[in-house]
Structures are given as C-alpha cells and as structure tokens.
Design a protein around this ligand. Sequence first.
Ligand code: COA
Ligand code: AMP
Length: 632
Amino acid sequence: MSTYEATYRRSQEDPGQFWLEAAADIEWTVPPTEALDSSSAPMYRWFPGAELNVSSNALDRHVAGGRADQAALVYDSAVLGTVTTYTYRELLSAVEKAAGALAELGVVKGDRVIIYMPMIPEALISMLACARLGAIHSVVFGGFAPKELAARIEDAEPKAIVTASGGIEPSRRVEYLPNVSQAMEMSTHQVNHVLVKDREGFENSLSSVPSAGAQWHDYDAVVSAAAPHPAVPVLATDPLYILYTSGTTGKPKGVVRDSGGYTVAMQWSMKNIYGVGPGETMFTASDVGWVVGHSYIVYAPLIAGATTVLYEGKPVGTPDAGAFWRVVSQHGAKVLFTAPTALRAIRKSDPAGEFIQNTPRPTLKALFAAGERLDPDTSRWIEDALGVPVIDNWWQTETGWPIASNPFGLEELPRKIGSPTFAVPGYDVRILDAFGEDLTEPNVEGNIAIKLPLPPGTLATLWGSDDRYKSSYLDAFPGYYTTGDSGYVDEDKYLFVMGRTDDVINVSGHRLSTGAMEQVVASHPAVAECAVIGVADPLKGQRPSGYVVLKSGVDIPEEELRKELIGLVRQDIGPVADFKDVAIVGALPKTRSGKILRKTMRQIADGEEYVVPSTIEDPSVIEELLSILRAV
Ligand code: COA
Ligand code: AMP
C-alpha cells in the first residue's frame, strides 16, 4: 500500500483521530479534545471548544522558535521594480502595530473589516492584523467595481475598510479611493473608518475624496502611532474571514472560514500536498483577493514557517514572459503555484520557452496549477520546458484547499495528464447521477460531490445565512456537498474535472457569474431579454458572450449598443468581468416553460455536439442562431 493510500484510508476510517493528530502541529491556547461536533448535522464544526490565534500561529511562534531573522515575506513588485523583504520579526512587528491601529479605531473581536487593496504588503499585514484581533476580514479583489464592493459592504457590515490610493495595472493606474467612496454611498450600511495606504502617483488622496460619512485616516500615520497589540485567542469555530465568490445569481456568496480547522488544514496541506517546509520558499502567483492568495500567499506559507513571495505584476508584460522565472530564480522558490491561464499567456509570448531556458532555477521542484482546468496541451508544454512535475490541483473558494491533487509532499504519484490525480486525504469524493446515486462505473460523467462531513478548513456556512448555505450546497443530494462541477473517475480511480454544471464561468482564472452579467445587461433600456454564456477561449479558458433581444420598436445601431453594454458591465461588475462580445439576436432558444437553453447555446458556440431538448418552444430559433453562435 502506498503512503498516500495508507494516509487516505486513515483519514476516512478515523477522521477524528486523523485530524486531532494533525492539530498537534499547530499552537493552541486551549488544545482540542474533540475533533468534530456533529450535533447540528448537516452543519459541522471542527475542534469545538479549542482556542487559538491564527496570526500567532503564522508569526509569533516562529519568532519564538528561532525564525525571527528568516525572511517571512518577499514583496517583489515587477511594476515598480522593487524588492522588499520582511523577516518574521519585522512582519510580526508590522502586524502588531496594524492590529493596534485597528483596535484604536474600535475594531474588536467579531467585527468585520473589508480589505480592498492591490498586491502590496499592507494587504497581507491587514489580513493578519484582523486575525490578531479576532476580527473577521473580507478581502475584495481590486478588479471589482464599486457596485460589487457595495454588495459586500451591505452583506458583511464592516466597521472599517482598509484600502490604498491605487493599484498599478500595466496599461493604467487604478484609482481606488473614488471606488471606495462610491461603494459606501451605494450601501445602506455605515462604515465608520477608512484607512488609506498612500501610494505615489495617484490622483486621488485623502483630502480629495468625499467622506461618505466615514472618517478617513492615513494608514502609515495611524499605524506608526499605534501601540503593538497582542494576539487575542478565539474559538477554533470563530470565523477568520469571509470571502465572497460568484454563485449563479447576482448576489455573491460570503464563504465563512473558521479559525482552527483552517489553520490545521493550512499546516497539513503545505507539508503533504505542496511539500514546502519551514525555511523553504513558495511563490504563489495569484492575488490576495482570491482564495488561492488567501491560502497559499498568506496563511499556509506563514503558518508553516516558510517564506512567501508577494508578487505585484503579471505573468507577461511586466516586463516580459520571463517574470515568473526571474522571481523563482531570484528568491529561490521551491514551488511555484499559478493559474493555467497565466501559463497559456506565457506560452503565447514565449512559445519556444527561451526565458525558461535562460533562467537557472535550481531550487524549483514543482509547479502547481489550479483555478481552472489545466488543459493537456499547456500541461505538456510547461512540463517539457521546466523539467519539473506539473501538478494540477482542483478546489474552490468554498473548500479553501485542494479537494484533489497529487500529494507531492506526501508521495509523488504517477500523473495522468488532464487529471488532478486522487482525492486528498479528508475528502470523500463521489460521482453522483441526477438522482444522487453513486456512479460506480468508471468513465461515466456525473456531478462531483463530497460526502459529508467536509474536512477541516472548508466552509462553515455562508455569512448570515445557514439556509442559503444548505440550499446552495447541501439540499441537492442529502448527505453530500455539491461542488457544482461535473466529472468522472477512470478505471484507475483518477479524477477528471470537466466543468461547471451551473452558470458560474472561469475567465482567466477569475470566477464570475453569468447570471450577474445578465442582470446588468438586462438593465439597459433597449434590452428585452438576454443570455450570457461562457464560450471556450484558447487563452482565457472561457470568455463571456452576450446575446440580446431588443425591445420592439427600439432602433439602436449594434455597435453603439455593444459599447454601452460593455461599459455597463465594466461599470457595475468591473474590468475583471472582461465582457467584450455582444450580439443582437431575433430570439433566444427557450423551453416551453420559458427556460433559456444556455447549455445548448454554449455547446453550439464551442463546436461541440449538441442536443436540442424536446421541450424546446420553437426549434427554428436554434436554426437562426447557428451562424451567430458559430461565429464567436
Ligand atoms: N485591479 C484592477 N483591474 C484589474 C485587476 C486588479 N487587481 N486585475 C485585472 N484587472 C483588469 C485588467 O487591467 C483588465 O482591464 P482592461 O480591460 O482595462 O485591460 C481586465 O481587468 C481584465 O484583466 P485580466 O483578465 O487579468 O486580463 P489581463 O490581460 O490583464 O491579464 C492574465 C491576463 C492571464 C495575465 C491574468 O488574467 C492573470 O494573471 N490571471 C491569473 C488569475 C489568477 O491568478 N487567478 C487565481 C487562481 S490561481
Ligand atoms: P474558485 O472558487 O475561484 O477557486 O473557482 C472554483 C472553480 O474553478 C471550480 O469549481 C472549478 O470549476 C474550477 N477549477 C478550479 N481548479 C480546477 C482544476 N484544477 N481543474 C478543473 N477545474 C478547476
């Protein structure tokens, strides 16, 4: 039996004992005596009654344990051309002061704080400062528009927002402050304080933005005047953060992450999946606004006593397709973790892999990819070019860490291209048919579900709504968590994840809701109805394409409407939606009950075989759409 098999079996046969043993690797103020509280099943809680502080696990214990002078954080800004290193001692001191500043503004345990920042150290420091106080952070990705920020303010009801004057995109400077004040104006919730990390080169400063009822402060001034704050113990079951993610509707889902289970899962996964230990370096090229950034830029590397690289830049264009290899080489990364879309962008720019050949990378032992399906062609290309294992790992904002992966740290298993290998210990992954029956036959595609309970570190609930949590994930197949992905297991038990079963799409590794885009498009006065679908794209994975039916009597040139709709989505959701394709059509294909046949539309656009459901209201609509859909 392989080490993986033995470990997986133990995790299934006695999950309580398995996770209590894993819990011994982190520091508790009150250690757990019980692993799982099932008393409110299907709502489960890990390590009831135990207490800890997450920032203390990420910082204090390493300073006390002899790592004070080791690099904790390397901030590499390709857009500024600077590198700044924080040792564990320095990072602890920065976090203590930031926590002190938030405390002086009245933030206490259980309060929410929104962090809307570019990839600068203060983003990570603010997250850990919240964790130090037991306050719950909610990081909002900088590419979201004010309306999306407002929806998160409305739902999380934060006492404070930590932001910066701006972010640097290769093509432009992104002004954050007008977005923050607009978002606060749009929300009915009153935020008390806004802390602004001032960056050079932005038009808007503290003195120029409208107050929106809040007090605005200079981050550096408040933090430098603050007294260092000690770590506040919290219950393992207390929330550490809320991370909003796209669902099928316009209202984002606030995934709630607990403190204890997550810390245990971060420590366990760094060692057993990613194979990165104390003193080693991990470079996760994502954004702290996404789950990959939360877990493998911020929490896991620091909890493990490793060095994390915070990279402000793009895979290409800052300045070239050699940026990742330069960072790996310069900072001695053992593992690089990024999204397949970034690898495709690099390949497009450097098809012969010249930058890879010309940059020595003696420390690099593996490349991990997640966030979307890793297509076989890209996987082969990058593995040939790099000469290290390329490891596909499948997970979601909801789970916080991989559901399926080659357990590189535990044991490198033979890989199959296109598969994230096997279920990770702790996850009981099943393929279910439409009626919730286990599909035991290999190679038959179905709904990928996970038998409850989920392991530590996964979502506890959705913020403010256990009912929405249950209806979104647990009701479809009682006793299981529904992932929303479809896939199959082959004859050797390798898992293949094929795509979403709902209206969630993945554009350049960014998870977006076509439902939310439809809501925005439908708000245009000329639009009678619309459908937005995710069409396959060789670079981005998927791209959103909109099809609109005009109200009768409306006469608007297609190009003008296109520009207006693109502008509307950019304004309401943000540039990250990357909504650029719009076509006016005579009608949308629907079932007799009025449901738009989005799946059939997507299959036609992707050139796949398609079946027109017998319930279609008017089959001639499909005939008329064929040429338009096939042209995208
Ligand atoms: N703040 C403000 N705007 C942002 C932003 C941010 N943090 N991130 C992206 N945007 C903007 C971009 O500037 C662009 O705007 P534009 O339409 O004015 O040009 C738009 O959003 C689309 O951006 P993106 O989809 O990122 O395209 P890109 O061409 O700028 O970059 C990639 C392409 C592949 C390099 C980039 O998408 C990428 O690195 N993706 C990986 C995502 C990832 O790490 N996901 C996490 C899972 S591991
Ligand atoms: P997010 O919540 O942004 O991490 O997006 C999660 C979704 O991205 C999953 O439900 C999948 O649809 C997709 N995804 C993430 N990683 C992979 C992967 N390795 N293979 C296939 N799909 C993936």
